[in-house]
Design a protein around this ligand. Sequence first.
Ligand code: ADP
Length: 260
Amino acid sequence: SWQLSLAVILVLTILGCFVYLFRTIFKQDKLAELRKAFVNQMTHELRTPVSTVYAAVQALQNFTEKEDIEKRAMFQSIAREELEHLSDMIDNVLQVAEDDHTTRKQLHYEHIHIEQLISKCITRVSVGSSMQDIQFDYENFVTGLLYADKLHLGNVITNLFDNAIKYGAKIIKVTTQDVRGGEFIAITVSDDGIGIPDTYHELIFDPFFRVPRDDNQRGFGLGLAYVKQIVRQHKGTIKLKSKKNSGTTFIIKIPKNYHL
Ligand code: ADP
């Protein structure tokens, strides 16, 4: 009868409202949690370098003429390194802060040799990490050129390498190959590090998200958000395969000539 239908509709509507309400509350809880984690991390991240630089500069000021040149150089380089790190972090935060959905980064497309770009990134990371026994295996099967933003795509790849090293890789395997009949290229970065548990795969690209771990790794959870944004702007996709304790693989696919 119609009364019954009305009752059912009413119950369903009320139920729907509840579900909606719960989801909104849940989302806000999650946001609040992220915000709290971010502020904690920020406090830790900023305070440590600032107080280190402060201490180093103070020590330098107290040095007398006769004091050991080596010691002085050490404090100078500590201050420099910390300042560099601070500056990187500020860049990172600003980079993502300006990337809400309305502002996209201005990309500059040009024809690039992917093999050259990747090789450069490998060198950059190897020098930067002073080679903590990291081995790179790189194989390239791409033919022809890719129309892309060299600077940002280079940052994307460097970000993946840096993460791999940060999260325990000893060997990083990289391949570049033609896919989908040569219209796309696939860049695969595979590491043998600590891996990412399944439950976090969906969240890993969210700004400020970090896998809760009690290692002392520095970071704001912005690297992968940046990576995804740049890949998207190239009309590409990024996926990951990973299991806890058995390494992580990121697969990026981008069209070779979309913006041509
Ligand atoms: P950050 O490294 O600053 O925390 P990212 O956005 O680069 O931020 O990465 C988000 C999170 O994803 C990291 O906190 C880390 O837990 C996890 N992660 C990223 N790359 C890897 C990797 N190669 N292996 C294991 N975990 C990773």
